[in-house]
Every structure is written in C-alpha cells, then in structure tokens.
Design a protein around this ligand. Sequence first.
Ligand SMILES: *Cc1c(COP(=O)(O)O)cnc(C)c1O
Length: 364
Amino acid sequence: MTVPLRPELVGLEPYGAPQYNVRARLNVNENPYSPPNAVVDAISTAVHKAAEGLNRYPDREFAALRADLVHYLAVESTAGFLRAENIWAANGSNEVMLHLHQAFGGPGRKVLSFAPTYSMYPEYSRDTVTDYVTLPRRADFGIDVPAAVEAIRELQPSLVLLASPNNPTGTALPLDDTRAIYAATEAVREGCVLVIDEAYAEFRRRGVASAISLIPELPNLAVSRTMSKAFALAGGRLGYLAASAEVVNALRIVRLPYHLSSVTQAVARAALAHFRQLQAQVHEIRAERDDTVDWLREQGFTVADTDANFALFGPFADREKVFKGLLERGVLIRVTGPEGWLRVSIGTAQEMALFRNALLEVTG
Ligand SMILES: *Cc1c(COP(=O)(O)O)cnc(C)c1O
C-alpha cells in the first residue's frame, strides 16, 4: 500500500533551508540579534497571563492585536487611516499568503509574479491548485512595467504577487510602478488583488516608500508584512497585512477557526509594545548591509541594489563550490537567485567579518 499522495506532489521535497549550528547563520534573512532582556521579560509575563486562560479558545478576531498593529503601522508607515477592519494576521506572512490564495486563487485561476522571487510563491499556488505564471524581471531586477501591464491584460490573473523589497534580489518597487500595475489589474474582468509582500519593509533606505500609503486609494491592494525579520521575532510566527475591509473579510472566510493561538497573540502584542527596542538594531543592520555591498563591489563582485537585510552577489562560475567553501569555514549563506548568484543575509559586524574573510579565502 502506498499513501494516496496527489500526483503533482509525488517526488517533491518539503521546504528545507538548512538549520546548521555554525558560527555565522546567514541563510534565511533572520535578524541576528536576540530580543533584549526587557522584551524577553515582557513576553514571558504576557505568556504567563495568557496561560491562565488557555482552557478557552482565543479571540478569533484578535481585536487587541489588530488595534496594536494599527498603532504600529500608524507610526512606522504614517498610516493613520487604517482601522482594525483593515488588518489581517496569521502564523507568519506565509499563512497570510496562503489565505490570499485560498480566497482569491483556486482551480482555473492564475497568479502572476515576477522571477526571480520568493521560492514559496509557487508552493502556495500548487497547494491551492492555482496556475502560477511568472514574467522575468529586468536585468537590474526591477519590473518591466509595460510587459507586466500587457501580461495582466492577456492572462487575466486573479492575484498579482510582488515582493518589495524583493527576495532574493533586495529590489524595492517604486510607488509609480505599483500604481501602473494596479491600474492594469483594474481591467481584469473578474477582479484581481494586487499583493505587495513587504516582509523587509523596515530595512528600506531613506526615501523609499511603503505601498501601505496607497491603500486608501486602491481598494484591491493588499500589503503584507511580518514580525519575522526587522522585529527579530521569526520564532514567534506572526505575519499580517493591511488592505480594504472587503479584502480582509474575504480572508476571514478561509482561515481555520482560532488560527492564531492566545499565546501567539500575547507574544506578538508584547513585542509590538516594545517595537522600538526590538528594532533598535535595524539601523545597524542597514549600515552593515550598505558596508557589505560596498565591500563586495570593491572586490569586483556585482551586487544587486538592496533595500532588504540581505544582498545578492556574483557572478560565480561554480556557486555551489563557493557555498561549500564558506560552509566549511562556518559561514552558511544561500544558493538562490539566477544561476551564478549567491545571497547573504546581513548578520552582526562579527559575522560579516567572518563572511568577508571566508569569501576572500574561497575565491582568492
Ligand atoms: C521571510 C519572508 C517572508 C516572511 O515569512 P514569515 O512566514 O512571516 O516568517 C515573507 N515573504 C518573503 C518574500 C520573505 O522573504
């Protein structure tokens, strides 16, 4: 007897970025700094309080958490126009994305995205039996807007997915491009939701805008965020999005009952109450990123412009060999992006020094 695995899943491997205990873990874009002690204490106290009520199901609508997210976005993205009804949250933005596909994708429907991009996008499509279609990005990893507009007209997708800053390239999408692509989605006959995945938004350089500012103008725009990166809370599993109440209400239909545990809600709320302390290192990480990019370019590598906490660099005739050489020296990075490129997450100054030394040894 074999298990009746869906034929399209036969032979596939589950998502599995390595989790090795090496000196410099620079492969999944985590924040390298542990939460500060004061925040750890606040989280512990909040979890203790939540534990006293664990005999009850959590607040399905996570009203208090939504209010905290409204407050955070009002401060971080000057988005004072958002209300609780504009906020959705789930166990990581990966689950938010799955909800978007469950609500707006499905058999006979198409998702359009722009490669190279986040490796999970085709998996949400596969799991919801939606067609995943990509257009290539330009050589500078920006979006070819006229080609995107044309593809939207031809394909009539029900979802368009754009990561900004994009993973693995670090490329941010200018607001004018977002507006132009949205305008094309408005002509999709059965309706289309434009999703901007802003997992790395807090790392953007000065002067780079968040698409959240467009929400009042664009009712079918959804902007997804996460506490996994800038918040140093990847283990907490809290992602969220901001959109019109109509988009959010559609996601409420497909979520599992009580999908956000009381413990998750308590952890996220305690972290949000301390967001400035948790994000104290964001400036440092950005500075370290810019230094890393400059250094790589001085060594003669090509580096994609990045607004995220990682950099895509190359080219290498044998990138696997470079990856392995670094790993032998205790530096774990990621083989991703177009052939010949590698991605390094920005760690502490010490970790980046290890990375630079190891890279010189391996390529020298
Ligand atoms: C890391 C990342 C996320 C975050 O996923 P979580 O489930 O919130 O941890 C989302 N989108 C992109 C493009 C990412 O790189």
